[in-house]
Design a protein around this ligand. Structure first.
Ligand SMILES: NC(=O)c1ccc[n+]([C@@H]2O[C@H](COP(=O)([O-])OP(=O)(O)OC[C@H]3O[C@@H](n4cnc5c(N)ncnc54)[C@H](OP(=O)(O)O)[C@@H]3O)[C@@H](O)[C@H]2O)c1
Length: 273
C-alpha cells in the first residue's frame, strides 16, 4: 500500500471535522489519509464513516509528508516524546493543540526543528464555519504554508497571525463558540418565558445570531452603527439594551475573554518539558 499523504495523530472531534472537510473539498482522497488513535472503536468508526486508513501506532503517521497533531494538550508531551526522535527531515508538522507554543513543541525533536504550523481552529469547523489562525516557524516553506491553509479552508476561514496573538485568539474565537451558545441558550429561554413555543424561540434566536454576524461582516460597518440603526428613541430595543448595559454585559464579556486568554497562557506553561 502506498504511503499516506496526510496523517492525523488523535482521531477525536476536531480530527473528524478535518477529515470530513478535506474529503468533502477533495483536498485529499480518503485513501490518502491515515488517522492514529488508541481506541479501536474510534478507529473502526472513522474507517467506516470516511473510508480513511487507521492505525493504533502514532509512528505509522510519520510516513506521510504532513502530520497533524489533534490530541488534547495533556496528551501532547507523551505523543511528541514518541514521534519527535523519529521525525523524517522536512516533514510538515501541524498542531491544533491549544496552548502548545512552537518553542515547547520543537523541544521534542532532537534532530532539529521540523517545519511547524501552529494553528488555533474552533469547534465551528465541525459545520464548515470555523475560523483558524495559523502561524509558521522559519522552517516552513511557502508550499507547506499553502498546504496548511488549504487544509483549514476545507472547514472554514483562515487567518495568518503572529504566534504571540495565539493566547488571545484561543480566548476569543477558540472559546467563543461556547460564549455564543450560552447567549443563545439564554435568549431561547427568554423567548419561552415570554410565551413563545421553545422550537420557535430557538429558530428565531439562531437565525437572529447568524444574521447579525453576517450583517456586521458583510456591511463593513462598525457594529455600533448597525445597532444604532435599530434603536428608535424610547423604543423597544432601547429598553432592552438599557438592561444589558446596566448588567455590564460588555465588561463581563471582556473579563471572560481575558480569563480564557490567561488560562491558555497557563496551559502553554504546562506543555513545557
Ligand atoms: N474542540 C475544539 O473546539 C477545539 C478548538 C481548537 C483547538 N482544539 C484542540 O484540538 C485538540 C483536539 O481536540 P478534540 O476536541 O478533537 O479532542 P478529543 O475529541 O478528545 O480528541 C483527542 C483524540 O486523541 C486521542 N488520543 C489520546 N491519547 C492519544 C495518543 N497518545 N496518541 C494518539 N491519539 C491519542 C483521544 O483518544 P481517547 O478518547 O481514547 O483519549 C481522542 O480520540 C486539542 O488539543 C484541543 O486543544 C480543539
Amino acid at each position: 500500500m502506498s504511503n499516506p499523504a496526510f496523517s492525523l495523530i488523535g482521531g477525536g472531534t476536531m480530527a473528524e471535522a478535518l477529515v470530513k472537510g478535506l474529503i468533502g473539498h477533495n483536498v485529499y482522497l480518503p485513501a490518502e489519509i491515515l488517522v492514529s488513535d488508541p481506541l479501536t472503536a474510534r478507529r473502526d468508526y472513522l474507517a467506516a464513516a470516511y473510508s480513511v486508513r487507521t492505525t493504533p501506532h502514532n509512528r505509522d503517521c510519520l510516513a506521510a509528508g504532513t502530520v497533524l497533531f489533534a490530541v488534547k494538550p495533556a496528551q501532547l508531551p507523551e505523543v511528541l516524546a514518541e514521534v519527535g526522535p523519529a521525525w523524517p527531515a522536512g516533514s510538515l508538522a501541524i498542531s491544533i493543540v491549544a496552548g502548545a507554543k512552537m518553542a515547547s513543541f520543537c523541544q521534542y525533536f532532537p534532530n532539529g526543528e521540523p517545519p511547524l504550523v501552529r494553528t488555533m481552529p474552533n469547534t465551528c469547523c465541525t459545520v464548515g464555519m470555523g475560523i483558524t489562525a495559523i502561524a509558521c516557524n522559519e522552517q516552513v516553506e511557502d508550499f507547506q504554508r499553502e498546504r496548511a491553509q488549504r487544509i483549514f479552508e476545507s472547514v472554514g476561514e483562515v487567518i495568518d497571525l503572529a504566534e504571540h496573538y495565539f493566547d488571545a485568539v484561543t480566548g476569543l474565537s477558540g472559546s467563543g463558540p461556547a460564549y455564543i451558545t450560552l447567549i443563545i441558550e439564554a435568549l431561547v429561554e427568554a423567548g419561552v418565558q415570554q410565551g413563545l413555543p421553545r422550537r420557535i424561540s430557538r429558530e428565531l434566536v439562531c437565525q437572529t445570531v447568524a444574521g447579525a454576524a453576517l450583517l456586521v461582516k458583510s456591511s463593513g460597518k462598525h457594529p455600533a452603527e448597525l445597532k444604532d440603526q435599530v434603536v428608535t428613541p424610547a423604543g423597544t430595543t432601547a429598553s432592552g439594551l438599557q438592561v444589558l448595559e446596566e448588567a455590564a454585559v460588555r465588561a463581563t464579556l471582556c473579563l471572560a475573554v481575558k480569563a480564557a486568554t490567561l488560562r491558555s497562557r497557563e496551559l502553554g506553561q504546562e506543555t513545557k518539558r
